[in-house]
Design a protein around this ligand. Structure first.
Ligand SMILES: Nc1ncnc2c1ncn2[C@@H]1O[C@H](COP(=O)(O)OP(=O)(O)OP(=O)(O)O)[C@@H](O)[C@H]1O
Ligand SMILES: [Mg+2]
Length: 653
C-alpha cells in the first residue's frame, strides 16, 4: 500500500462525510472516485493529502511516497513566467543541476582542481541519469497534448484564463510523475482532443492514479477500480464504470431480496405467535419464537437514492421571431484571427449547440452574442422582446465567495421574496440552514447548482450557457437535459459533453475556417452526416471524378445566392454516381407502379362478393394482398431514399 485510510471518520460539524472508512491505494492502481455532488469526494482527497485530519482513524502513508494533487478550485497562483517555464518547474532537480554545472564549468576554466572536476563529472552523470537534456522536449510534448501551440507556450502564464492555467498545472504535475496522482475532475476544462490525449497518457502512467470524475466515457477507459462514496460509506468495486453500474444494481437487488425474505420470515413467525400465544400447549414455542424475532438483526430495505434536483426553466414573455442577428462579425486577439465575416441568425425555438475544439472561439462567440465582449468588428443585433440570461464559463468563479447562498440569490435582483427564493433553492437541494452556508464552502457541483438557480430565477426567453454541465454529477446532467428539452425559450450552449449535446440541441454550430457553419439537425444527425461525407470523400478520391462544366457553373451561382448563414459545403457533384442513382430511381419508380397495379387488382377481387364463396381462393388472395402491401411499402421507401439521394447529388437537397 502507498497511502490509504484506516477506519477513518470525517465530519464538518454535524455533517458526516464518511464513517469508519477503510481504503488502501496500491501501486499501479487506477481508481475512479465517484459519488453524487457534495458527497465528499474532494474532501476525501484533502484528507488524503493531509489538508484536513480525520476525527477518528488514521491516514496511513508509506515513507517517501510522493503525491501530486490537482485541485478542483482554480489556484490563486500568479506569475509572469511563461507557460513553458511554469511547466518545466516540474524538473526542479534538473534545473538546479543545470545551474550548478554551469557554475562549476566556469570555475574549472579559471583553476584546475581534482575535487572540482569529480564534482563536475558527478553532476553531469546525474544529469544523464535524470534524462535532463530532454526536459524541454518532454514538457513541450505534454503541453502540446493539452492543447497549447508553440506560440502560446512562450506567453506569460498570467495572460491565460482559469481553464488554461489548470492545464499548465496538470502538465507540471504529470511531468513530476509522483507515485500517486490525485486528480479532482481533470476533464472539466478540457476539450475532446485534450481529454483523449490525457486518457492515453494516463493509461501508460507508471504510478497510481485516483481520478474524481463525472464523465462516464472517461472513467470507463481510465480506471480498473471504482471507489464510490455513498451514504457516508466507501464502497469498492474492482472494475471500470460499466462494471460498477451493473454490480451496484446487483448488490442492491441481493440486499432487497434478503430484506424481502427476512420480512416474509418475520411475518410467518408473527402469525405463529399470534395463533399460539393463548394456547397452553404451544405457549412455550410461541415464547421462543418471540425471542428469536427480537434477536434477529434486521436487514434494511435499500433503494438507490438519488439527488433529484428540480429544474424548471420558465419564460415570462415571448420574443420576436428572430432573437439575434450576427452581421459580418470579425474578431481577432492580437494577430490571432478567431472569426472572420461571421454571419448567423438565432430564431425563436432554436436550441443550438456550439461545438468544436477549444481555442476556436466558442466562448468568444458566445460572449459576443451576450454582449459581454465589445471589442469586435461587425454588428450584433437583438430582436424584439429578448430577455436573456448568460451562464458564463467559469461561472462558479463569478459567484461571490463570501456571500451565503441566499444572499447570492437576493443579489440577483429577481424581485422575488426571500420565501420564494428559499423554495427555489429547495428545488436545488439546499434546504433549511443550507441556504445560510457560504459559497466558498460549497463543493463544485453545489456551486454549479447555485449558478443554475440564478439563471432560472430570471425566467428569460433566451439562454446562453457556456459548459453548463461542468461539475454536475451524471444524474443532475440528465435532469438538466430534460429541463432544457422542455424549456419553451431558445438557447445556445457550449458543451463538450457528447451525450448532453445530443439530448438538447436541434441545431449545431461549428466554427470552421473562422466562419460560423450551421447544421440544421440534432447532434446524432450531424455525426451521421459527417461520417457519410467522410465516406463519400474517400470513395471519390478513389474514383476519377468527371464533373461536367454545367455543373460547375451551377455551383458558382449557388454560392452567389448563398443564404445568410454559411452552410456546410455540399459534396462535389459526381456524374457517374448521378447516372447510377438516376437509373436506380427509374427502376424503383416502375416497380412502385407495378406493385400498385397488382394491389388494385387484388383489392377488386377481394371486394367481389363471389370471392367469399371460395374460401381457399379468398385466403389465397388475402395472403397475396398482405404480401404485396409489404412489398409496396418497402419499394416506396427505397423510392424515397433514392429520390433524396438524387436531390442531393443534383444539388437541390
Ligand atoms: N470547510 C467546509 N465546512 C463545511 N462544509 C464543507 C466544507 N467544505 C465542504 N463542505 C461541504 O461538505 C460536502 C462535501 O464537499 P466536497 O467538496 O467534498 O464534495 P464533492 O463530492 O467533491 O462534490 P462535487 O462533486 O460537487 O465536487 C458538501 O456538502 C460541502 O458543502
Ligand atoms: Mg468535488
Amino acid at each position: 500500500m502507498l497511502i490509504g485510510f484506516q477506519n477513518v471518520t470525517f465530519e464538518f460539524g454535524a455533517r458526516v462525510i464518511v464513517q469508519d472508512a477503510t481504503w488502501h491505494i496500491n501501486p499501479g492502481e487506477r481508481i475512479g472516485l465517484i459519488g453524487y455532488n457534495g458527497t465528499g469526494k474532494s474532501t476525501l482527497l484533502k484528507v488524503l493529502v493531509g489538508q484536513y485530519s480525520p476525527s477518528k482513524g488514521t491516514v496511513e502513508k508509506m515513507r517517501d511516497t510522493s503525491i501530486g494533487y490537482l485541485h478542483q478550485d482554480l489556484l490563486s497562483f500568479e506569475t509572469t513566467d511563461s507557460i513553458l517555464e511554469v511547466a518545466m518547474g516540474a524538473f526542479e532537480r534538473v534545473r538546479q543541476l543545470e545551474k550548478e554545472i554551469e557554475a562549476l564549468g566556469k570555475e574549472l576554466e579559471t583553476r584546475e582542481d581534482e575535487k572540482l572536476l569529480t564534482d563536475y563529472t558527478d553532476k553531469l552523470h546525474e544529469m544523464d541519469v535524470l534524462d535532463g537534456y530532454n526536459i524541454q522536449y518532454k514538457t513541450e510534448e505534454v503541453l502540446h497534448g493539452l492543447g497549447f501551440t508553440n506560440e502560446q507556450m512562450m506567453k506569460p502564464y498570467q495572460q491565460f484564463s482559469g481553464g488554461w492555467r489548470m492545464r499548465v498545472l496538470l502538465a507540471k504535475m504529470i511531468l513530476q510523475s509522483p507515485d500517486v496522482l490525485l486528480l479532482d475532475e481533470p476533464t472539466n476544462h478540457l476539450d475532446l482532443p485534450s481529454i483523449e490525449w490525457l486518457e492515453k497518457y494516463l493509461l501508460h502512467y507508471q504510478g497510481s492514479v485516483v481520478i474524481v470524475s463525472h464523465d462516464k466515457f472517461f472513467l470507463n477507459r481510465m480506471v480498473n477500480k471504482i471507489v464510490e462514496i455513498y451514504q457516508q460509506e466507501l464502497n469498492i468495486y474492482s472494475g471500470n464504470y460499466e462494471y460498477y453500474e451493473v454490480e451496484k444494481v446487483q448488490r442492491v437487488e441481493i440486499q432487497q431480496r434478503a430484506f424481502e425474505n427476512q420480512q416474509e420470515y418475520i411475518r410467518q413467525q408473527e402469525r405463529f405467535i399470534e395463533r399460539f400465544r393463548a394456547k397452553a400447549t404451544k405457549a412455550a414455542a410461541a415464547q421462543s419464537a418471540m425471542k428469536r424475532l427480537d434477536k434477529i438483526e434486521r436487514i434494511e430495505n435499500v433503494e438507490i437514492e438519488r439527488p433529484n434536483i428540480k429544474i424548471n426553466f420558465q419564460v415570462n414573455n415571448q420574443p420576436g421571431k428572430i432573437l439575434v442577428t450576427l452581421k459580418d462579425i470579425h474578431k481577432k486577439y492580437g494577430e490571432n484571427l478567431i472569426i472572420d465575416k461571421g454571419v448567423a441568425e438565432i430564431e425563436r425555438g432554436d436550441k443550438i449547440a456550439l461545438i468544436g475544439a477549444n481555442g476556436k472561439g466558442k466562448s468568444t462567440l458566445l460572449r459576443i452574442i451576450a454582449g459581454t465582449e465589445e471589442n469586435f468588428g461587425g454588428e450584433r443585433v437583438w430582436g424584439h422582446n429578448v430577455d436573456s440570461s448568460f451562464y458564463a464559463q467559469h461561472q462558479l468563479e463569478a459567484l461571490t465567495m463570501d456571500n451565503t447562498i441566499l444572499n447570492e440569490m437576493l443579489e440577483s435582483r429577481s424581485g422575488k421574496t426571500e420565501l420564494e427564493l428559499r423554495s427555489l433553492l429547495g428545488c436545488f437541494l439546499f434546504s433549511g440552514d443550507d441556504t445560510d452556508k457560504k459559497i466558498k464552502l460549497l463543493s463544485g457541483g453545489e456551486k454549479a447548482r447555485v449558478a443554475l438557480a440564478k439563471v432560472i430565477v430570471s425566467k428569460s426567453n433566451f439562454l446562453m450557457l457556456d459548459e453548463p454541465t461542468n461539475h454536475l454529477d451524471m444524474h443532475s446532467v440528465e435532469l438538466l437535459a430534460d429541463a432544457l428539452n422542455k424549456y419553451e425559450g431558445s438557447l445556445i450552449l457550449v458543451s463538450h459533453d457528447r451525450y448532453f449535446v445530443s439530448k438538447t440541441a436541434n441545431k449545431i454550430w461549428e466554427i470552421v475556417d473562422h466562419e460560423i457553419k450551421e447544421f440544421k439537425g440534432t447532434y446524432t444527425e450531424y455525426t451521421e452526416w459527417k461520417e457519410r461525407m467522410a465516406k463519400q470523400a474517400k470513395e471519390e478520391s478513389r474514383k476519377t471524378v468527371v464533373v461536367k462544366p454545367e455543373a460547375n457553373v451551377k455551383k458558382q451561382e449557388e454560392t452567389k445566392n448563398k443564404p445568410a448563414v454559411a452552410s456546410i459545403p455540399k459534396p462535389r457533384i459526381d456524374n457517374t454516381e448521378l447516372k447510377k442513382v438516376q437509373n436506380k430511381f427509374k427502376k424503383a419508380e416502375e416497380e412502385v407502379e407495378s406493385l400498385k397495379q397488382q394491389k388494385q387488382t387484388i383489392e377488386l377481387a377481394l371486394a367481389d362478393p363471389n370471392s367469399y364463396k371460395n374460401a381457399a381462393l379468398f385466403a389465397e388472395n388475402e395472403k397475396n394482398y398482405k404480401r404485396i402491401k409489404e412489398l409496396l411499402a418497402l419499394s416506396e421507401k427505397n423510392y424515397e431514399t433514392l429520390f433524396e439521394q438524387l436531390m442531393e447529388l443534383e444539388g437541390n437537397g
